[in-house]
Design a binder for this molecule. Sequence first.
Ligand SMILES: [Fe+2]
Length: 278
Amino acid sequence: MNEDISKIANQIKSTGFISINNFLGKKNLNLVEKILSHKNLKGKDSTYPIFISQYLIKFLKMDIGILNKSLILKNIAKNLQLKAIAEKVFESECELHMIDSYYSERSDKDILTWHNDIGLRENYLTENFYEESEATLKNKKSKVSSRGIKFFIYMTDVQSNNGALAVIPFSNQVVKTLTSLILDRKIDLKPYWNLKNLRDLVIDEKNKNLISQKLGSEMVESFLHNTDFINQERKDSNAFDLEMQKGSAVIFDELCVHRGAAPKHNSRIVLRYLYRRK
Ligand SMILES: [Fe+2]
């Protein structure tokens, strides 16, 4: 298993993500299906308590059911060695930051368009961006938590045009390098949460040279090539879709460029675990 952890972590470190079929295993899949009852999926209880303070709130509300469910989900995380995977990726101590079930109703609209999780969003405060980025890239202690590794475990089958997550390989490295150049005040900060804005920043001649000096021009050119679809009429591509069956997982660095396709044919259910550096 340790060899598996190294393999998984190494792929996440370089490519930014890995997809693993049948990640949960039959026994865990059955357990999770029982826990994520229909009521909990749509209702307020889609986040499971993990910290003592959260446990206390649930306890005071006499919501003992969710406490048991949370313990089972934490136990599954332990069996699957999620923390060890995250720690191997970061080469640093990590902690579980969130467990939730993510329910998306059948729809013709993308669950979330192409974006990365760390980039500044339009109309958002730059102070918060700097704090989050410094916590993520420089491990600076902050009240704002850093970006981490997300375990995205499908509880329904997904296909292209039906709930599939898509991830641009090696985009984590481009986003990470760009962010660190912004923190070093070598590149001016502009919004780059969405892919169009991110590309505009990367394609700027001065910025491109700076990023290429750190990453090599091949990786930067390949990123621009892979993401050119955002300038085309459809503004989307199915080339990076990860079609998977329930029980399978996509594990990805939140710095990757990703999108959640519209669940056009059926509603989508995902069990998510998020680990961040301690
Ligand atoms: Fe995201």
